[in-house]
Design a protein around this ligand. Structure first.
Ligand code: URA
Ligand code: CA
Length: 434
């Protein structure tokens, strides 16, 4: 077997067998197959696509490329949640404490990664002292004690994906259904969850811009998960505009706290309820959607979810007093307001442009070495469907540097599209795939 023949076979649109896919994943991970062959192979896959069996082989090979975490010492059914990625997606910070407070163990392995804003770990580091460094034993202990822990990746999970994702990112081969499904599911399966809830985003700020493609991606991942013996469900949710109002690390932490207090943005809260409902059902904490939803609403209203969040921050070394005093979280020096110059309605907010605007401010990483400014970001005061009047504030830019703020402002202006006609607020959940 050699890589040339495998590339050619795929280029010609033929189906690869398990041995050929294993050969590529193993060889590439070990450094025996060079980047130029892997790049050509990714492009061949992009155009010729993989069928269902090939996608399963790819996922399994990537899952088996590194450690497979055994979390069986954690009591209860561990349900992991994963989003396919969006702008200003603060759900993990809200969902973790909600679901834990409702009684299901949440053992979250998270990353920093590249992106418009930092990952969950970066956001949590808005709390001075907060640490995600822990041994596997400590991780298990935390979850058994308080039902919730967020750890940096322990061990070497799916190294094939790490390497392949970096290559796809610079060769315009990210947005292929099989490659995304394999990438996400190999990591989830290696991370030891018993069950998985996927938040598959659809719209301008998502990898999958079309609804049909989002459903197909969801179905592919759900079938892979179920096929590997893990109960898997996907929720298809809107990423045509950013979720919630805050895009930026400490701003999103503040938003998460408000949501846990029951006064956060409607869409963020609703998405957390929808995802949390599926998590509680898979964890066998609730029998049906009605019961699950009620439990989640209850832990918001009686303050238990917020209490859980504080307990979790304290347990991982952070100062949880900041939860009650969020003004002490990292705060930017300047707030610049973007004002409406016409009357009308917000028709659309291009999620990617808002993300790029936050990135300009320093909220996210452009390269692995970038240092984040946790205090900066964007607050969307007006969202799709809202009425606006001349002079009203549409959005706020939180910044520390004049020049960056100007660039961010230019991008943010491009992100907003207005209309004279009344617009219905967009749908948030498009469906559930089982
Ligand atoms: N998220 C991932 O982890 N991998 C992809 O390929 C796309 C989104
Ligand atoms: Ca948000």
């Amino acid at each position: 077997m050699n890589m040339y023949d495998i590339i050619l076979k795929k280029r010609q649109g033929q189906t690869l067998d398990r041995e050929e896919i294993d050969y590529f994943v193993t060889g590439f991970t070990q450094g025996d197959i060079p980047d130029y062959q892997a790049s050509a192979f990714m492009m061949a896959l992009f155009f010729q696509k993989m069928n269902k069996e090939e996608t399963v082989y790819l996922t399994e090979a990537m899952m088996n490329s590194g450690d497979i975490l055994d979390l069986s010492e954690i009591k209860g059914i561990k349900v992991d949640k994963h989003s396919t990625g969006g702008v200003g997606d603060t759900t993990t910070l809200v969902l973790g404490p909600m679901v834990a407070a409702a009684g299901a163990p949440v053992a979250k392995m998270s990353g920093r990664g590249l992106g418009h804003t930092g990952g969950t770990i970066d956001k949590l580091e808005s709390f001075p002292g907060f640490s995600v460094e822990m041994t596997k034993e400590e991780f298990i202990q935390h979850v058994n004690d308080i039902q919730l822990a967020v750890s940096a990746q322990t061990g070497d999970l799916a190294p094939a994906d790490k390497k392949l994702y970096a290559l796809r990112d610079v060769t315009a081969t990210v947005d292929n259904m099989s490659l995304i499904a394999g990438s996400i599911m190999s990591k989830k399966l290696a991370a030891g969850a018993d069950a998985i809830v996927l938040d598959v985003k659809t719209g301008s700020g998502a990898f999958m811009k079309e609804l049909d493609d989002s459903f197909a991606l969801a179905k592919t991942m759900v079938d892979i998960g179920n096929g590997m013996g893990r109960d898997t469900i996907a929720v298809i949710s809107n990423m045509d505009q950013p979720l919630g109002r805050a895009v930026g690390n400490s701003l999103e932490v503040k938003e998460a706290i408000e949501t846990l207090q029951g006064k956060g943005p409607e869409d963020l809260y609703e998405l957390c309820l929808s995802l949390g409902t599926q998590m509680l059902i898979l964890a066998k904490i609730a029998q049906d959607e009605g019961e699950a939803r009620e439990r989640l609403q209850e832990v918001i209203h009686n303050g238990l979810a917020l209490k859980k969040f504080k307990e979790f921050i304290t347990r991982q070394g952070g100062n949880s007093q900041l939860v009650d005093n969020p003004q002490l979280l990292p705060t930017a020096k300047n707030i610049i307001e973007l004002k409406a110059t016409q009357n009308g309605y917000v028709q659309h907010i291009e999620a990617d442009e808002v993300g790029m605007s936050a990135l300009e401010l320093g909220a996210g990483r452009q390269t692995k070495e970038s240092i984040l400014d946790l205090s900066v970001g964007i607050e969307l005061i007006k969202k799709v469907g809202d009425e606006i009047q001349i002079g009203e504030t549409i959005a706020k830019i939180h910044s520390n540097e004049e020049k960056k703020a100007q660039k961010a402002m230019e991008r943010l202006l491009k992100a907003y599209i207005f209309s004279q006609e009344k617009i219905a607020p967009p749908r948030l959940i498009y469906g559930i795939v089982t």
